[in-house]
Design a protein around this ligand. Structure first.
Ligand code: ATP
Length: 309
């Protein structure tokens, strides 16, 4: 695993990272989330050894992180930059060799990936001949060409059309299955829900929440249940009495509804069902968890309120 321990970094007097500790288990996808200016890029740059921390250290699969480990890291920065006049193949050879591959290895890997994405014919094209999305796909391939143990991706899905977003997500999950450890820095909360095993939420240089996506959602849930039923809405509302609050409803057919009910006080889910049985015909009921978007917004808001108090 990658262990980031007590990392601190300031620019002049501005603290960008403050005692940040993060554990990234081998073969998992870890989301790095946080508002603009939270310190995510600073952390990523330290892992990539572009900048050094003021204090703290990183263990890379047991060893203290050193320059030699860079050959085992693949980094897709948010600011994409490729040499425009190079062909795709020449560019791959250039970057692959920087990562310690020989030409033959680069060619084999490049063919494998370009074949997989069905873009083999782009190999001889110059970068400037590619659309923005095409260039991004190519840069993604360049990032994984040397089969890095650790893959760091900064907003890898932005700029892709929905079909390509699905393709990249599928490939990330396939890389994870093969044992690649992935750090995904993103503002796209839907992708966090879909592919991250764990997430760390950073704000003002500090870790403010962490856990599996389910744990983070569980921590911010508000006792809301969805109830799907057929029958009379008035009978439903009367059955709720004062223990539950009806917060929303959708009509899904003739006398068929999905309602959203919030618990009040000590009332529990079982009591809710007991109150409803016999009053309406229940079809389904499930707990409504907050989205990662809501988890993010709520956590940051609570932190702001606590700091201002
Ligand atoms: P975003 O989501 O906007 O990309 P981020 O989480 O990646 O933000 P960082 O780029 O790590 O945030 O910035 C963290 C803090 O450090 C910010 O307050 C930023 O102004 C400051 N900072 C970053 N780079 C420098 C620099 N080279 N010189 C001075 N301050 C910097």
């Amino acid at each position: 695993m990658i262990e980031i321990q007590q990392l601190t970094k300031s620019y002049n007097r501005k603290v960008a990272l403050d005692q940040v500790s993060i554990t990234i288990p081998t073969g998992k996808i870890v989301g790095l989330l946080g508002p603009n200016g939270a310190g995510k890029t600073t952390l990523i740059r330290i892992i990539n050894q572009i900048i050094t921390p003021d204090s703290g250290h990183i263990r890379f699969f047991g060893d203290l992180l050193k320059p030699k480990h860079l050959n085992e890291v693949g980094y897709l920065p948010e600011e994409r930059g490729l040499y425009r006049t190079m062909t795709v193949e020449a560019h791959a050879l250039f970057l692959g060799q920087l990562k310690g591959m020989n030409k033959q290895e680069v060619r084999v890997q490049l063919d494998y990936w370009m074949n997989k994405f069905d873009i083999l014919s782009w190999k001889t094209k110059r970068i400037e001949e590619l659309s923005k999305g095409m260039a991004q796909k190519v840069q993604f391939i360049f990032t994984v060409l040397h089969e890095p143990k650790l893959l760091i991706l900064d907003e890898p899905l932005s700029g892709f059309d929905p079909i390509n977003v699905e393709i990249i997500k599928k490939e990330l999950l396939a890389l994870k299955e093969k044992g690649t450890t992935i750090i995904l820095s993103t503002h796209n909360m839907k992708s966090v829900e879909e592919i991250c095993d764990f997430a760390y939420l950073i704000a003002e240089g500090k870790v403010v929440a962490s856990g599996t996506v389910a744990e983070l959602q569980e921590a911010k849930k508000e006792g809301v249940y969805a109830i799907k039923f057929s029958g009379n809405m008035i009978a439903f509302v009367n059955a709720l009495w004062t223990n539950y609050e009806l917060i929303d409803k959708e009509i899904i057919g003739d006398n068929r509804f999905i309602t959203y009910v919030k618990m009040r006080g000590e009332a529990g889910f079982e009591e809710l069902l007991t109150a409803l049985i016999g009053q309406v015909k229940l079809e389904a009921a499930w707990e409504v968890l907050p989205s990662m978007h809501d988890v993010f917004v709520q956590t940051i808001q609570e932190r702001k309120e606590a700091t201002n108090a």
